[in-house]
Write a protein that binds this ligand. Sequence first.
Ligand code: FNR
Length: 422
Amino acid sequence: MHDRGRKRQAGIYLEGIAGRRPKVPVDSNALERRAREVMSAEGFAYVAGGAGREATIDANRRSLDRWSIVPRILRDVSHRDMSVHLFGRTLDTPLLLAPIGVLEMAHRESDLAVARAAAAEGVPFIFSSQASVPMETCATAMGNSPRWFQLYWSKSDDLVRSFVSRAESCGCEAIVVTVDTTFLGWRSRDLDLAYLPFSRGLGIAQYTSDPVFRAMLSEPLEEIPAKPPVNLTTLGAAAKMIRSYPGKLPEKLRSGAPRAAVQRFLATFSRPGLSWDNLSFLRDLTKLPILIKGIQHADDAREALARGVDGIVVSNHGGRQVDGAIGSLDALHSVVGAIGGRMPILFDSGIRGGADIFKALALGATAVCIGRPYVYGLAIAGETGVREVIQNMIAELDITLALTGSASVTGLDSSCLAPGPG
Ligand code: FNR
């Protein structure tokens, strides 16, 4: 679609004449504030929070703010091309929706609303391993629109095989292996609320819908799980856990599967022993492009390339894993140098608007993943909210291109930037 920035802008101002302001704020701070008002305390903490003192969340923003855009003038910008090529597809815009778990904490339609919004906007959606809706259901809602699958490599290779084969069958076009979560980060806000969604049966729909996982439920666990103290709150949590599990109530009560699934998930989810050597297993499993998500060091990027992966995502998980870590855009700089254009590099962590996208692309990213902002849009207005966040990001990118004399996103490079205020 041509002239997306100007059209979006004109549409908003036109509504304003009729006295209507955007329900989903354009300003990223206002967007977060509004989402906080409509979300539960636990839901907002889970989405907004980061590791420890959340210094990495700040570092992500600082690394973006350290670069300044240098506008150029009097170059015909009546047509701007935002398209990029990625693994055999041409995308209209250099945006993807990052994999985000437990979207049911933001909105009851969760992943399904996001899948519909992504399809309507032509933006790929990366299904999370921790989704609230099975990937097949979201894929059906997306028709032929592009989707990828994000894999958390659990302790069970059989489960990994099953997830990958399901992703292939439902039309996912790439597998993104997230490697920065061998443990859950030390998340202060969640710890202070003593709230982990997975231990309450939320965000485990990919597992409870999986035949291999379900077969594992009857196997004994290596460690006997500790039992929570029993009181009215515990009983309420148990009722919610049972409700989240698929199937008929009498069967769920008889089998005890809802509780077994949570316990099995917690025992299986992460694999601290994962190493580079495991990658050949995945390479043999699928012909789909494989991307490694969570790279922050140039040597790891080089190793990924040497191991035959097809792309990487420079990401620090939005500052949710390591407190006091390098800002993700600072990491991008050295990774781009190490890869030298030999494979696509996606970027995330800290992107809040079109100007941020512009900077990441100018520093060598092929495309970017949008994270928290679309979750806030979802919380505020469901599918429409996600669409509006996407539209605003694209519109601002388009207008930034025009105002900097840039005719295409593929033409951006570091000459469009200058070191910023420091
Ligand atoms: C995430 N992220 C994430 N990543 C992943 O690979 N699998 C997942 O299931 C999740 N889940 C998840 C939940 C929530 C609530 C958040 C905020 C993030 C990380 C996500 O894909 C992305 O890397 C970050 O969101 C990028 O940072 P910003 O832009 O949101 O700050």
